[in-house]
Design a protein. Structure first.
Lengths: 192, 311
C-alpha cells in the first residue's frame, strides 16, 4: 500500500467514565488534527503546544464548571495520565529513540546491542539480564549467543535522574558519540 | 438492591450471613427450574452445579463462602443493572430541548441563588441560544409532529457526516427534500446555512496556521509573522513564480492561502460539557458510587496517585 499523505490525530479519553463507556466512540475527545503531507515526527511537540498549555492551566487553576448532578458549580481540574501509542510514535513523544543502537526504552543508556555485519542491522541480546539471578538460562550459553549472562538488570531511573540524563545527553552526547535522547519532550513542562 | 455487606463476613458464621445465605437459596431456587443450581462458592465459582444442601454447606464453610465480587446474582436469575446502560445511551438522541438546556446551563438562570456571577451567558451566547430554541420550536412543515427544524437538521447532518457525503450532494438533497415536503416547510436552503445552524451548538475547533516544516505555530508571539523565524519559509502557499517575482512573499493577486493548518479542538469546553450534560454526569460518578471499594486494584481509580489528585 502506498501512502503519500499522513494526518495525525490526538484523541483524549475521559477516565472518569465507567470502563464500558470510556473507550466508546461517542466519548472520544478529538483534540488535535495535525495535517500532512508528512507526519510530524519528533516535531510533534510543536503541535501539542495548545493542548499542553490547556492541561497546565487545568492543573494549576482549574476551570469553573456547572455540575448537572449536584446542581452547583465546582472547580474542574484535569491531569493527563498516560499516552497510548505505538512503538515508533513512542520515540516521537518521549524523545528517546526507539531504533538503532539504543532502541530499548527500558534499558535506557545501558542497552547492549551488536551490529550484525552481514545482516546490516542491530540486534539486542541482553534480555537475559532481566531473569532471576540464579535462573538456569543465565549460564546456558549454548542456546543463546555463547556467553554466560552474569549482569544485573539495568538500574531503574527516577524522574530527576532522567531529566539530568537528558540535559547531559543533549549537550554532549554519550561517550561513544551516540545521541539516544533526541529532544526534551514537551510533557516535561507539565507540573506533574 | 442493597449492597449486600453481609457477603463479606470472614467467619461465615454470623447471623446476618446465614440469613443472607438462606435468602440467596430461596431466591435462586425460585428462579431455577431443576433442583440443582450453580454453586457460587469460591471453589465451584458458578461453574459446577449443586443441590440445595450442598450449596448451603459450601457457602457457610469458613474456607469457602461466596466467590469474591459476586454482588449481583446474575447466574441465579437477577437482572444485571449497570452494564445494560450502554443500550440506553443509544436512545438518548431525540431530546433536543434537554440538549439545548444542558449546553447553555439554563437551570442556572432559573436558580437566582447562584447569582449574577461570570457564569451568566454573554449577550452573544444569549442570541445564539434563543435562535436554537426558536429552531427547536419551529415545526419542519405545518402540522409535523415528529421533527422540529433543529432535530431534523441534526439528524440529517449526522447522516451526512457518517458516510461522508460531499457538501454539494447534501445541498442537492436539501433542494429535493424542500421540493418534496409539504408546502410551507422551512428547510435551510443550503449546506452553508445548515452548518451555521449546527455550529450554534458549540464545540467547534480553531484553526492555527503552522510552518510547513513543523518549526512553529503562528500563535502568541508569532501571530502576525509572515515568514517562519526558524527556517524562513513563507506562511502562505507559494508557487515557484511567486518566489521568482518577489522573494518569499506571495503575489498580491491571489488571496493568501495558509500553507499548513493545525485544527485544535479546545479541551476545556468539552470537559465542561461532560459535566453539564445531565445524562453523562451520572456515569461520571460511577467510580464513586457504582462499584465496590474493597481495596483491590482493579482500575487506575484505585491507585494512590488518583486518590491524592481527587483529594
Amino acid at each position: 500500500m502506498s501512502i503519500n499523505h499522513s494526518t495525525w490525530s490526538v484523541i483524549l479519553f475521559p477516565y472518569d467514565l465507567p470502563p464500558w463507556m470510556c473507550m466508546k466512540q461517542s466519548f472520544f475527545m478529538l483534540s488535535l488534527l495535525i495535517p500532512g503531507p508528512k507526519g510530524p515526527g519528533k516535531n510533534v511537540d510543536v503541535y501539542l503546544q495548545p493542548l499542553v498549555q490547556e492541561l497546565q492551566d487545568l492543573w494549576d487553576n482549574g476551570i469553573e464548571t456547572f455540575h448537572a448532578y449536584k446542581r452547583e458549580t465546582f472547580q474542574l481540574r484535569a491531569a493527563i495520565m498516560w499516552t497510548i501509542n505505538d512503538f515508533p510514535a513512542y520515540a516521537n513523544l518521549s524523545g528517546w529513540s526507539t531504533k538503532g543502537q539504543y532502541a530499548c526504552p527500558c534499558c535506557g543508556i545501558e542497552t547492549i546491542s551488536r551490529w550484525l555485519k552481514h545482516g546490516g542491522k542491530f540486534c539486542h541480546m541482553c534480555h537475559r539480564r532481566w531473569l532471576a539471578p540464579k535462573h538456569k538460562w543465565r549460564l546456558n550459553g549454548e542456546d543463546f549467543d555463547g556467553t554466560r549472562e552474569l549482569r544485573k538488570p539495568p538500574r531503574r531511573l527516577h524522574g530527576d535522574s532522567i531529566l539530568i540524563q537528558i540535559d547531559e545527553c543533549l549537550e554532549e552526547g554519550l561517550e561513544d558519540g551516540a545521541q539516544p535522547w533526541k529532544k526534551k519532550s514537551i510533557f516535561f513542562t507539565l507540573a506533574y | 438492591m442493597a449492597h449486600r455487606e453481609w457477603m463479606h463476613d470472614p467467619t461465615k458464621q454470623s447471623k446476618e450471613y446465614i440469613k443472607g445465605v438462606n435468602e440467596f437459596l430461596e431466591f435462586a431456587f425460585q428462579n431455577s427450574k431443576s433442583n440443582k443450581i450453580l454453586c457460587p462458592c469460591t471453589n465451584c465459582a458458578n461453574c459446577l452445579k449443586g443441590s440445595r444442601t450442598s450449596v448451603r454447606e459450601h457457602l457457610i464453610d469458613p474456607r469457602r463462602g461466596f466467590v469474591r465480587g459476586y454482588r449481583q446474582w446474575v447466574f441465579h436469575g437477577e437482572e444485571p443493572t449497570t452494564s445494560s446502560r450502554t443500550v440506553e445511551l443509544v436512545e438518548m438522541e431525540h431530546n433536543m430541548g434537554g440538549l439545548i438546556n444542558d449546553i447553555f446551563g439554563v437551570h442556572l438562570m432559573e436558580e437566582p441563588t447562584l447569582g449574577e456571577g461570570e457564569r451568566n451567558p454573554q449577550v452573544g451566547e444569549c442570541s445564539k441560544f434563543y435562535q436554537l430554541v426558536k429552531d427547536n420550536e419551529e415545526m419542519l412543515y405545518p402540522n409535523c409532529k415528529k421533527y422540529s427544524k433543529l432535530s431534523f437538521m441534526v439528524h440529517l447532518y449526522h447522516l451526512k457526516c457518517l458516510p461522508g457525503w460531499s457538501d454539494k450532494s447534501f445541498s442537492m438533497l436539501l433542494d429535493l427534500l424542500r421540493d418534496a415536503l409539504l408546502e410551507g416547510n422551512i428547510l435551510p436552503k443550503s449546506y452553508y446555512e445548515t452548518k451555521k445552524m449546527i455550529s450554534g451548538l458549540g464545540l467547534g475547533y480553531e484553526k492555527i496556521h503552522a510552518c510547513p516544516n513543523d518549526c512553529i505555530l503562528y500563535r502568541d508571539e508569532y501571530v502576525n509573522d509572515q515568514v517562519c523565524p526558524k527556517c524562513g519559509t513563507s506562511r502562505w502557499k507559494t508557487t515557484s513564480e511567486d518566489v521568482q517575482a518577489n522573494g518569499m512573499e506571495t503575489s498580491d493577486k491571489r488571496k493568501n492561502l495558509p500553507a499548513k493548518i493545525l485544527r485544535w479542538f479546545p479541551l476545556k469546553p468539552r470537559l465542561q460539557r461532560l459535566f453539564m450534560s445531565s445524562e453523562v454526569v451520572e456515569s461520571m460518578r460511577w467510580h464513586h458510587e457504582g462499584r465496590l471499594n474493597d481495596g483491590f486494584h482493579r482500575h487506575p481509580v484505585d491507585s494512590l496517585a488518583w486518590k491524592e489528585f481527587v483529594a
